[in-house]
Every structure is written in structure tokens, then in C-alpha cells.
Design a binder for this molecule. Structure first.
Ligand SMILES: N[C@@H](CCC(=O)N[C@@H](CS)C(=O)NCC(=O)O)C(=O)O
Length: 207
């Protein structure tokens, strides 16, 4: 039995940002442990065979991954109700979360290709393919949001947390490639709105 939940994160991870925001908004006590999974001496593989963050060690000692599982777990023990109870409605929110996570996945692929692979082995076809996913994903999110404040209903949900985490990460990694904020003014309006919340401000990715 642990005294509090532990959240193993890296400070740039958009998936980790998603669950940190969910935990803060749900007022779940957690001890944050920073562990960069790319480092040789990472302890993450002992907690998650996939070697990825975030991981949550719950008070009763369970090791939870990935971010979608952790976010759902947090929602079940907190009272922010970021996921609808009704199954069909819940699926709508989780679909948007999946799209945002897909943008993160493609962004991570480009990051790994550019930063981890030797320059002469980098494959532009692969990078372009991932950028295609990011651009189509952002286009779809912009269409989904339209003139609304939030992605689902009239209050913040896990969909908004996931989208904001994806947008923050795309901005962090690709500011030299393009500006999502200039291309999609409604996504910028949305990001400015959610960034008024301390949970979003204190989790902005830092290098
Ligand atoms: N689907 C996973 C993705 C997690 C993920 O890819 N995390 C990255 C950090 S942003 C990582 O730990 N990468 C290390 C690796 O792939 O070896 C989730 O939602 O938690």
C-alpha cells in the first residue's frame, strides 16, 4: 500500500501532460516522478514492459499504463467527470481523444526519426507520411470544433485535455515547420481558453 498515487512522467510527454491535467482537475493526490524513457538508466521498463511514460502506480500498488487507461482510472476515482457515464457518449469523447493521441503518435515518430536516428539514415518519406497524419488530424479537429468552445458539450472533457496536450506538443516540436495556431484560428482560440486553467498552465511541456 503506497501513501499516494505515483505518476511517472517525462516533462515533454503530451500523453503524460494529459494525465497530469486529468489528475489535477480531479484533485487526485499524486507524487510526480520524472523519468526519461529514452535514457539508458530509465526505470520505466520495470513498471511498463513497453518502456513508455506515463505510468501510474496506484495506492494499492497496481502499475497502470497507457495514458488512456490512466485517464479513465482517474476519472473513475475523481469527481470532475471528464468522461460521460453513458457508453455511446463516452465513445464520442474517446474518439476525439484517440484522434489527439494519433497526432501525438505521429509527432513522436518524427521526433524519433529526427533526433534519435543518424542523419544519413533518416527517411524523409516516413517524416512526410507522419506530417500527413498531423495535418489531416488538425484539419479534422478544427472542423469538429467549429465555433464551439469545447470539443464535447458545454464543459471541459477529456477530449479537450487530449487535444490541448497534442497542440502543445506539436507547437513544441514543429515551430520551425509550421504554425498550427496561424493555420487554425479556432484551435488557437480553444487553446487560449483552456490555458486559463492552472492545470494546463503548470503542465506546459519544457525541454
Ligand atoms: N500510447 C501511449 C504512448 C506513450 C508514449 O509513446 N510515450 C513516449 C513519451 S512521449 C515514450 O515513453 N516513448 C519511449 C519509447 O517509445 O521508447 C500512451 O498513451 O501512454
Amino acid at each position: 500500500m503506497n501513501e499516494s498515487n505515483k505518476l511517472i512522467v517525462s516533462l515533454t510527454s503530451p500523453y503524460a501532460r494529459k494525465v497530469r491535467i486529468a489528475a489535477l482537475e480531479n484533485k487526485i493526490n499524486f507524487e510526480m516522478i520524472v523519468d526519461v524513457p529514452w535514457n539508458e538508466d530509465t526505470g520505466v521498463i520495470k513498471l511498463n514492459p513497453l518502456g513508455k511514460v506515463p505510468v501510474m502506480i496506484t495506492k494499492d500498488g497496481a502499475s497502470l499504463y497507457d495514458s488512456r487507461v490512466i485517464a479513465e482510472y482517474i476519472d473513475s476515482i475523481g469527481d470532475a467527470q471528464f468522461l460521460p457515464i453513458d457508453f455511446k457518449e463516452r465513445i464520442k469523447v474517446k474518439q476525439i481523444e484517440a484522434l489527439a493521441d494519433g497526432i501525438m503518435d505521429a509527432s513522436l515518430c518524427i521526433f524519433a526519426e529526427r533526433k534519435k536516428r543518424p542523419l544519413d539514415l533518416q527517411y524523409q518519406w516516413w517524416v512526410d507520411r507522419q506530417f500527413g497524419k498531423i495535418h489531416r488530424g488538425l484539419e479534422e479537429l478544427s472542423l469538429m470544433l467549429g465555433e464551439n468552445d469545447y470539443f464535447y458539450g458545454h464543459k471541459i472533457s477529456l477530449a479537450d485535455v487530449a487535444v490541448a496536450s497534442a497542440l502543445g506538443y506539436v507547437g513544441l516540436r514543429f515551430s520551425d515547420d509550421f504554425s498550427w495556431a496561424k493555420k487554425y484560428p479556432n484551435l488557437e482560440r480553444f487553446y487560449s481558453l483552456v490555458m486559463k486553467r492552472p492545470s494546463f498552465q503548470t503542465t506546459v511541456p519544457v525541454i
